[in-house]
Structures are given as C-alpha cells and as structure tokens.
Design a protein around this ligand. Sequence first.
Ligand code: ATP
Length: 308
Amino acid sequence: MQNETMVDVQGLVKSYGSHTAVKGVQFQVKKGEIFGLLGPNGAGKTTTIEMLVGLRKPDEGTATLAGFDVKKEVNKVKEVIGVQLQSTSLFELLKVEEILHLYASFYPRNINIDTLIEDMLLTEKRKDRIKGLSGGQKQRLAIALALIHDPEIVFLDEPTTGLDPQARRTLWDIVLRLKEQGKTILLSTHYMDEAHVLCDRIGIMDQGELIALDTPTNLVKKLHSTSTIEFHLNNPPEQEWFLKMEAVEKVSIKDTFVQLYTDNLQQALTSLIQLSTEHNLKIEDLQTRLATLEDVFITMTGRSIRES
Ligand code: ATP
C-alpha cells in the first residue's frame, strides 16, 4: 500500500542536561518516500534519528515505525529498520565479504550477499580489508550492512559528509535505487543540493525545531521569489533602502554581500541599475540565479546553513 504511513513521529523531545536538543518534532513518512531532515550542524537531526532507532530514549513524545512503537516494541522495530549512522565504526581488519557474512549471521532473514555487494558497487573490493577502502567505499559498505536483513525503513545519517563530489553522486544513485526497490528512507543532511536531488519531502530543522516541511519545489515556491540577485557593494545601505525598489520581496545583507529576492527579475534588475546610477553606488560581481533551498533557510532564519 503506497499511502501507508511508515514513520509517524509525534512531539519528540530530548534534552542533554539543560540544553533541549529536540523540541517537539512532528512528521510522517509514507511508504516508498525519501524524507530528508535538512539543517545545520547541531540542529538536532542526529538526536531525532537516534531516538527513532532506539539509541536514545525520548524525554517526551511517541513514534511508530511500520506501526511498531519505538519505546514499547523495540525488537519488532529492529526487524523493520536498517541504520547507517555517522559514526559507524567497522572492524578494519575484516574483509568486505567477511563483515557482511558476520552481520548476516545476526539475523534470521537475509538478502543475497552477492547481489548486495554488486548493488553497492563493491564487487572489486569484496576480498579487500576494510582498512584499505576509500571513504565512499566504506560508506557504501555501511549502507550494505544496514540493508542485510532487508529492512523496510532505512535511516541514513549524513551519508555523504566528507565524500568527494564523485563519491557523493555514486551514493545518490544508490539511494535512489533503494527507493525504486520500495524502501522508505529517512536521511539527514546539511547539503541543500543533496536534499533537493534525493528527497520527496524535506523537514528543515533549526535549533531543535522543524521550521518547515514540504516538497523541495514547494519550499522554494513559498518564498514568493523565484530569483536572486547577488552583488557586492562597499558600505551597502540598510535593508529598507533596497526594499523600496520595485519587485524586491526580501533582502539579505552580510558585510558587503547583498542578496535581493524577487519574483520579477527583469523589473528588479532595472530598478537596481536605475537607483545605483542615481546614487552613484558601485555594484561589483553582479549575478542572478534561481532561488534554492539555501535561500529558504536564509529567509527563515537570517543565517546560511553553512555558517550556522
Ligand atoms: P550534526 O550534523 O553536527 O550531527 P545534528 O543536527 O545532527 O548535527 P545533533 O547531533 O542532534 O545535531 O545535536 C543537537 C544538539 O545537541 C547540539 O547542540 C549538540 O551539541 C547537542 N548534543 C548532541 N549529542 C549530545 C550529547 N551526547 N551530550 C550533550 N549534548 C549533545
């Protein structure tokens, strides 16, 4: 059933001492969806995932995975989930196929290991020791280990952090193939492009809260600004000055870097050039581009995901 809710999270809260890392997050993920938690470091993504997979006990709230309660039905939950964590440490001296057989022995039900090795593009490395693998290969092995018992729901915590662009793209293909196989995937990331390419829906997290939740396209649409004009200006005037310009919806200024958000690029550019000529402003490095998820985060929080 495609519309079946596989992940149902209701008001999860978790504090470390006096610091509340997750402040009542709430979301659902349907069967076969890729759902992304997108946010800067420290937003609470890992803590949320750890509560769902049974590694941390929520202070408040409830969650079910494939209908099983994460607090009360821990063993059932373990059967239906596969987990790749940021800190997965593998037995470095084992060979790739050895660790897969070892993990397979932990479960009553397994998928075919040869197929898994092929799917994770590890065929040439199957007889190599783990310590000799590249970052991308280790990450693919970690995902293989998460899939060995053929789980319905797969958790991937920042699966491409630290990987080079080529290795990231390879991993994206693997995640998309898992979706094709009908898996439900919950992943966390602080890469906007990754969230955009992979996720059917995204929950944007900041400081322990889900501040927005929608499809990538709708999140950008809700900005009411399809384009961004960016430039540098020595001593830029206050935001209000730019907001008086025709067709400019929002403004962000960081030192000399100015971003104007607009739904009418031509009109906004015309008034920018007119006004800058009138006031003798020296605009440098002018660029225009389509709005992205990064712009959604900036307009909602006033900060960039990368600088948070
Ligand atoms: P990252 O991408 O850096 O892992 P995140 O969004 O996954 O970020 P969390 O790791 O969940 O965020 O951390 C949320 C907040 O809780 C941060 O302020 C972090 O410092 C704090 N935190 C996380 N784990 C612990 C812990 N074991 N003890 C105390 N504080 C913690």
